[in-house]
Design a binder for this molecule. Structure first.
Ligand SMILES: Cc1cc2nc3c(=O)[nH]c(=O)nc-3n(C[C@H](O)[C@H](O)[C@H](O)COP(=O)(O)OP(=O)(O)OC[C@H]3O[C@@H](n4cnc5c(N)ncnc54)[C@H](O)[C@@H]3O)c2cc1C
Length: 496
């Protein structure tokens, strides 16, 4: 097989910083990697041990593949999936009818597409939503426990968010690690994938990966069936995020340091194509100069955002990008979340404990009355009292929010049972909607939309699913739906 010397290929190699190699390498067809000396051989190599990667590995093993290796750059597994709140959306034929909620995968799909301004790929969004409840029950079959009710979490736009019984992503980490172990999947931490190796740089099948251990040892690992990329997004890469959306300049991130986008860049060097990179999501977190990410906003019904004058600033059930704009649009570029004790008690112990820690450093507050709370927060007490009185006695009472249009389903709870609670609400970079282009089979696509053989991608490393604005609770879902699809299809590849 000879390499194609096209202007596009040369430009791409130049973009990867290898202009000279591009010309001489292509001329001598030295981009072919058939003579590499491999240090290890596996059927499937999964890059990244977060939700998508572990789901892919487990599903591949369940499908019959053997000798599966998961490579994780950090010293521990779990990725952002472990620190996520863990809410996962699905139209649920069991829980939702019990709560009188009408829903369907079709409804979920339509809402997700609209929330992303129709910039998501409708085919992949359909697969996401049609397989959502199946992902929940697959996780349950592995031992995952969810609460019996669903809620509408912040940015989810509809009450279909399933709540893990264990705090955060701990449940996912536990059940997937156990299943992987039982199925004989090998997981190696401290192993960063640096390059993806394809037979020819832009043609032929993917053969394996180049890895560097945390001690600096380089090895070449062969994958005889396929490689699955599941290395997460690029929120942790300040250069990439500000390059694609200068509006996030100055904001921190709530992601783990592993979220650098380096594997997506390696995929581009073998022909992968990036889409939607400028769609970057920010969500509530610590304002600049404050220490803790404190949250009282998951349960939209019964919590409100206010500014320093005590005025409400947005419909709390709005799209995340609109909430970001409202918070960053205040003169201070931050606001506060306020709720009552019933709402506070609906959060898990990890979040409640964080609020208590925040109180110690004056980043969260509690008080028996709204007035006392406002004084502690440094917010205008008259303003906050007036806002909460209007919220309870006009909007909740009438089931109609004349100021911001909060939907009636999220207007059933007054903020009236003390003690009352509040925390700072700034903005932090949370999720990157852009990434590698894939199809409904989770196959990696090149710039022409052609399948790159024997490589799959799933989870936040991919782009083109969530459009401009990801719905809260759809990211963990994305990992488990497309992680499974990638794992299953990788396992069905013939052995080379
Ligand atoms: C604080 C927080 C709360 C969230 N809450 C929710 C929620 O409730 N619901 C929801 O739907 N979404 C939520 N999200 C988003 C969601 O958690 C993520 O989009 C999702 O978990 C990403 O999963 P992933 O498997 O794609 O990536 P990750 O879980 O991040 O895993 C990727 C792994 O790849 C590793 N890696 C990176 N580079 C390399 C390399 N070169 N070689 C080897 N390994 C590498 C990383 O270290 C990481 O462990 C939340 C995110 C955060 C940060």
């Amino acid at each position: 097989m000879t390499a194609n010397i096209t202007r596009r290929n040369i430009l791409r190699m130049a973009g990867a910083g290898t202009a000279a190699a591009a010309v001489s390498g292509l001329a001598h067809a030295e981009c072919r990697n058939t003579d590499i000396k491999w240090d290890g051989t596996y059927e499937i190599i999964v890059v990244g041990a977060g939700g998508a990667g572990m789901a892919a590995a487990v599903k591949a093993a369940q499908t019959g593949a053997k000798n599966i290796l998961v490579l994780e750059k950090l010293a521990f597994t779990g990725g952002n999936t472990l620190i996520a709140q863990g809410f996962i959306n699905a139209a649920d034929p069991v829980r939702q009818p019990r709560q009188g909620i009408k829903d369907s995968p079709e409804n979920h799909m339509k809402q997700s597409l609209a929330a992303g301004d129709f910039r998501g790929d409708p085919e992949r969004v359909r697969v996401l939503c049609e397989n959502a409840y199946g992902a929940v029950t697959w996780l349950e079959s592995l031992g995952m426990k969810f609460k019996d009710n669903v809620i509408q979490i912040f940015g989810a736009l509809y009450p279909r968010s399933h709540i893990p019984a264990l705090p955060k992503g701990q449940g996912y980490g536990t059940v997937l690690t156990k299943a992987a172990k039982e199925l004989g999947v090998k997981v190696q931490t401290g192993m960063a994938v640096k390059e993806i190796i394809r037979e020819g740089q832009f043609e032929g099948p993917v053969l394996g990966v180049k890895v560097m251990s945390s001690k600096g040892k380089v090895s070449y690992l062969r994958a005889t069936r396929a490689v699955v990329l599941a290395a997460g997004g690029f929120s942790g890469n300040q250069y990439l995020r500000e390059l694609h959306d200068p509006r996030v300049k100055g904001l921190g991130t709530d992601n783990l340091p592993g979220s650098t986008g380096e594997v997506a860049m390696a995929a581009v060097r073998i022909g992968g194509y990036l889409v939607g990179m400028d769609f970057i999501q920010s969500t509530p977190g610590a304002p600049a100069g404050k220490k803790m990410k404190l949250l009282l906003n998951f349960n939209v019904n019964g919590s409100i955002y206010v500014d320093k004058r005590g005025n409400r600033i947005v419909n709390e059930g709005e799209r995340r990008d609109r909430i970001r704009d409202a918070v960053l649009g205040t003169p201070e570029r931050y606001g506060y979340t306020v709720c009552d004790n019933e709402n506070f008690m609906s959060y898990d112990e990890v979040n409640r404990k964080a609020i208590h820690e925040g109180i110690k450093i004056n980043e969260a507050w509690t008080a028996p009355t709204i007035r006392e709370l406002a004084v502690k927060m440094g917010v205008d007490p008259d303003g906050l009292e007036k806002t909460i009185d209007r919220y309870n006695n006009v909007f909740v009472k009438n089931g109609k929010d004349d100021d911001f249009g909060k939907t009636p389903v999220n207007l059933t709870k007054r903020i009236e049972k003390g003690p009352f609670w509040a925390c700072y609400t700034g903005m932090t970079v949370h999720h990157t909607m852009g990434g590698l282009n894939t199809n409904t089979k989770a196959q990696l696509l090149d710039w022409q939309g052609k399948v790159i053989p024997r490589i799959y991608a799933a989870g936040e490393i991919t782009g083109g699913i969530h459009g401009t604005n990801r719905v809260g609770g759809n990211a963990v879902l994305d990992c488990f739906v497309f992680g499974q699809i990638a794992g299953e299809n990788a396992a069905k590849e013939t052995i080379l």
